[in-house]
Design a protein around this ligand. Structure first.
Ligand code: ADP
Length: 229
């Protein structure tokens, strides 16, 4: 597997618990930086919806809120990075999710004379994550998240990108049981990756509980990019 295509360009890891807003911030950063967004969760969901063998294998783990085994996950993500256009860089979301994955990523990048440039940790407290995930609906077409009406509790009516052809749904792993398990798995297996990157001087923490725009400003600041006025 070659990561030679990823040998130049900004290489970021967007890190944080489920519901921290990694996907939302990745979309905003993608417009701003022009780097590709590689989401391991989206790659798995694509395999699920197209009915591949890998999707069948991942389904049970995902629905229970467990990590899909490394033997499957690492190859899938590194293959995707290896396919990116030369020099474009990338933004990882959902990977690495344990220290074994972090080491495998470093080893593959080193072989391509490359390395992760920065890891931004979007920090959000568990009670806020539970609130967000239990209110979250996703558009199947554009993958954008939408929340229930805070006043009435009604599900969102539809998405603004595909108003006539919108299929809003709740993810199978946003059930209360799966959400609780995802948070347990995050604290047990994923949070130690923070120390891995902190020891290497790559980690910046950003408070993730504010409005989308203000979190985005903090992210840009953490990356040393000033906001245009
Ligand atoms: P979230 O961050 O909201 O929990 P994701 O969309 O990133 O969700 O991932 C959904 C599910 O896909 C995870 O709960 C897990 O089962 C699987 N998954 C995604 N990324 C990884 C990974 N790096 N390692 C193992 N499993 C993963």
């Amino acid at each position: 597997m070659s990561l030679a295509n990823a040998a130049s360009g900004l290489r970021l890891v967007l890190f944080g618990p489920p519901g921290a807003g990694k996907g939302t911030q990745a979309q905003l950063l993608k417009e701003r930086l022009g780097v590709d967004h590689v989401s391991s969760g989206d790659l798995f969901r694509h395999h699920l919806s197209t009915g591949t063998e890998l999707g069948d294998l991942a389904r049970g783990y995902m629905n229970r809120g467990e990590l899909v085994p490394d033997q499957v996950t690492i190859g899938m993500v590194l293959d995707r990075i290896g396919q990116l256009p030369c020099g474009q860089g990338f933004m990882l979301d959902g990977f690495p999710r344990n220290t074994n994955q972090a080491r495998a990523l470093d080893e593959s990048l080193t072989l391509a004379n490359a390395a992760i440039d920065r890891v931004v940790h979007i920090a959000v407290a568990d009670d806020e994550l539970i609130r967000r995930l239990s209110n979250r609906y996703i558009c199947r077409s554009c993958q954008k998240p939408f929340a229930r009406d805070p006043a009435t509790g009604a599900p969102p009516s539809g998405c603004d990108t595909f108003p006539d052809d919108c299929d809003i749904y709740q993810r199978d792993d946003d059930t209360p049981e799966a959400v609780a398990n995802r948070l347990v798995v995050y604290h047990r297996e994923t949070a130690p990756v923070l120390d891995y990157y902190r020891e290497r001087g790559l980690l910046t923490d950003v408070a993730g509980e504010g409005a989308v725009e203000s979190v985005n400003e903090s992210l840009l600041h953490a990356l040393g990019l000033t906001v245009e006025v």
